[in-house]
Ligand binder design. Structure first.
Ligand SMILES: [Zn+2]
Length: 234
């Protein structure tokens, strides 16, 4: 009986998708039956199944002098207009958290990393206020997908983001900007000693966020840092 209801629900689900197919998150064309989140032609543009050596070098270069990373992978080049931006916008602001997770699964399969026992994955956390407003952290969903396909444990509790509480009224503009940055903290009692932490972010711009996160993790006893991001801004 149970399986009967299951097949009925699958049938209706397929039927609904046929009537109201969701749009591609990049080009907005309606998806065909076997397409998920991206249409076939956009999927080819994303080419997440072959990690780009060039983009990884870009990312490493950007982090150079800030933080030593063992590995760095980034799936896409982010430009202000166009297909990558549409996709990022959808997963960040339009509630498409499962698309971020799905993308993580696909990209994770492509990353050629021999995983050791001390690896742990952590997403760059959102500030609580933002998390409440948005309802989810897109980087964490991306990390969930990566963790799944790369078979690395995901830790979502140890790395947290807090707002700085210094008074900002009398500061000059530049200092104010600096103080507007949130700070990252490793929760006390977290087991990060000796770990190789894979930090996961959505879009890397200056690398300052990765630097801050890496610094607190290393100070808390982490052994190595690697980075995986969805996109790098050019
Ligand atoms: Zn498309």
């Amino acid at each position: 009986m149970k399986s009967f209801f299951k097949s009925v629900s699958i049938f209706f689900n397929d039927f609904l998708l046929l009537l109201f197919p969701p749009p591609c998150l990049s080009c907005n064309m309606l998806l065909l039956k076997d397409e998920h989140y991206l249409c076939l032609s956009c999927e080819q543009k994303f080419s997440y199944y072959t990690p780009s050596e060039e983009l990884s070098q870009d990312l490493k270069q950007r982090l150079m002098g800030k933080v030593n990373v063992v590995h760095a992978w980034v799936a896409l080049k982010f430009v202000k207009t166009g297909w990558v931006q549409n996709f990022i916008y959808e997963i960040k602001y339009s509630g498409q958290k499962y698309a971020a997770q799905w993308f993580g699964v696909q990209y994770g399969h492509a990353i050629p990393l021999p995983i050791a026992h001390n690896y742990v994955m952590m997403a760059v956390p959102l500030h609580l206020k933002k998390l409440v407003k948005r309802g989810y952290n897109q980087s964490e969903y991306f990390a969930r997908g990566l963790a799944q396909s790369m078979n690395v444990p995901l830790n979502t509790v140890s790395l947290i983001r807090v707002a700085q509480r210094t008074s900002q009224t009398n500061k000059k503009r530049f200092q104010r900007w600096q103080n507007a940055e949130d700070i990252y903290v490793v929760k006390s009692g977290s087991d990060v000693v000796g770990k190789h932490v894979i930090l996961v972010d959505d879009v890397i711009t200056t690398g300052a966020t990765i630097e801050s996160c890496a610094n607190v993790l290393l100070a808390a006893g982490a052994k190595d840092i690697s980075v995986i991001a969805i996109a790098i801004a050019v």
